[in-house]
Design a protein around this ligand. Structure first.
Ligand code: ADP
Length: 264
């Protein structure tokens, strides 16, 4: 721990003793360190796309623009890296809004299976391009209109992020299953994939900011390493929990639990 100790003798003559003030600054220092790490990581992440854009533009200025094929491929690179910076900045802004508590979540009654169906619909086109099977599995005796007490936009962002990752980290031909269920006071859903899985040593770190198991692969897939940290913060802000279970080479399951509407 980091302690700051101030000692001051009693003023005046002949008074014995002193005042000792001990400040525990561990948490302040940790927060400061996290901020510094965040800035360092963010700058590092932005440097790569900027470097790629700059070198593409320089090559074009040096004559690469004369050949239509080279021109097209450099321009494509510039467009791709600009998109990447856009995601990064968007994710960084989301995270900083969530962390500063200025997101203003407004929990309300959200019918779970409807949100899940909508989310599946949004992702079908992308799943199709990888020939992935995307299935929704309600519980066997699915009760009607099970609802979470959640902010609808935040819940959508959480679901989208998890299904998006499942698609990203599952090779062609795989399967993604979304299950849901409820207890007396909670609702939960899980996103299971038959993808690449996460090594045991990394599984507890995937919610950390900028953490990626495989940097090179992540970059190619347009990843920022911020998605899961946003998921975790949003779920916690809605008084829920998110857990992960994974087996390398077999697949991964993320499970989110949220308060059930009307159970309080
Ligand atoms: P990213 O933008 O890199 O996907 P995330 O915060 O969403 O960032 O995820 C962090 C890391 O966790 C990813 O880079 C990936 O290595 C791993 N990961 C996340 N979801 C999955 C999944 N469904 N299967 C395998 N690995 C995953």
């Amino acid at each position: 721990r980091h302690l700051e100790v101030y000692v001051s003798r009693f003023p005046g003559q002949g008074m014995p003793g002193a005042v000792v003030v001990v400040n525990d600054t561990t948490e302040v220092r940790q927060a400061e360190r996290m901020r510094q790490d965040f800035v360092a990581n963010a700058s590092h992440e932005l440097k790569t796309p900027i470097a790629v854009i700059k070198s593409s533009v320089e090559a074009l200025q040096d004559g690469a623009a004369e050949d239509p094929h080279t021109l097209a491929s450099f321009l494509e690179q510039v467009a791709r890296e600009s998109d990447r910076m856009t995601y990064l900045v968007k994710d960084m802004l989301s995270l900083s809004r969530i962390e500063s508590g200025s997101l203003g979540l407004e929990p309300r009654v959200v019918v779970l299976d409807r949100e899940i169906s909508d989310c599946m619909e949004r992702h079908h086109p992308r799943a199709d391009t990888k020939t992935l099977t995307l299935v929704e599995k309600p519980p066997p005796d699915a009760p009607a209109n099970v609802a979470a007490w959640a902010d609808p936009d935040a819940l959508r962002q959480v679901m989208d992020n998890l299904v998006d990752n499942a698609i990203k980290y599952t090779p062609n031909g795989g399967r993604i299953t979304v299950r849901w269920g409820a207890t007396a006071d909670t609702v939960s859903f899980e996103v299971e994939d038959t993808g690449v899985g996460i090594p045991e040593g990394d599984v507890n770190r995937v919610f950390e900011r900028f953490y990626r198991v495989d940097r090179a692969r992540g970059r190619a897939e347009g990843s920022t390493g911020l998605g899961l940290s946003i998921v975790k913060h949003l779920v916690q802000a809605m008084r829920g929990q998110v857990r992960v279970n994974s087996k390398l080479g077999k697949g991964t399951t993320f499970r989110v639990t949220l308060p059930r509407a009307g159970s309080a």
